[in-house]
Write a protein that binds this ligand. Sequence first.
Ligand code: ZN
Ligand code: FE
Length: 257
Amino acid sequence: DAMAFDLVTIPCLSDNYAFLLRDHDSGAVALIDVPEAAPIMAELDRRGWTLSQVWLTHHHPDHVQGLAELLTRFPAEVIGAKADAHRLPPLDRDVAEGDTVELGALKAEVLDVSGHTVGHIAFHVPDAKAAFTADSLMALGCGRLFEGTPAQMWDSLQKLAALPGDTTICSGHEYTAANAKFALTVDPDNPALISRAKDIDSARAKGQPTVPSPLSLELETNPFLRPADPAIRATLGMPDATDTEVFTEIRRRKDQF
Ligand code: ZN
Ligand code: FE
């Protein structure tokens, strides 16, 4: 029996996304990341929802800076990474990889997805077929390596790549159009990528978000999940390198793109 839930995407700031996940039976609502308070409060008001929990993915201001203001109107249990408790807003509960967070009948599994920052976590909710990945796995991309090594990010992406293909990847930014331009430079003949790039352009021309995205589509088109792909390796001139080496080169090229 499939669990009933709502998943709401909220555009914030210039290119961030926050998400609301609601368990129908209990009415419990989790907010994932808080780029700014106003659009999130407006969405909660519009739906007549209260907030049960806030799940923080990492400490960067564009993911936490709306929290204090939000809590004044919507008190909630704040959950974030134990490893980053010293630089996150005050937490009511700290979690690490392997921990489970219960939202009514829904259960979220915590994954360590270090790379963009060391301490970045993701929340996988199998019953909602959703994963909240923020600046780790992104639509057609992955986060910049501000703190972690390429090997760390590649480890993190492999954990996410191993989730069921019908998982909805709820990532943190609308960077997909720029990501597509880069992806085409390393994987120019991939028909699924060429087709997705067209879809992205038409969605953006209509002002529609390209986030969230299905993991199955990321596996087919996101070059950061595809260092094993022979065509990408041929384009990079790295036929015999390790996946980590190819990933590292793709990330290096993206930083210079
Ligand atoms: Zn970030
Ligand atoms: Fe961010």
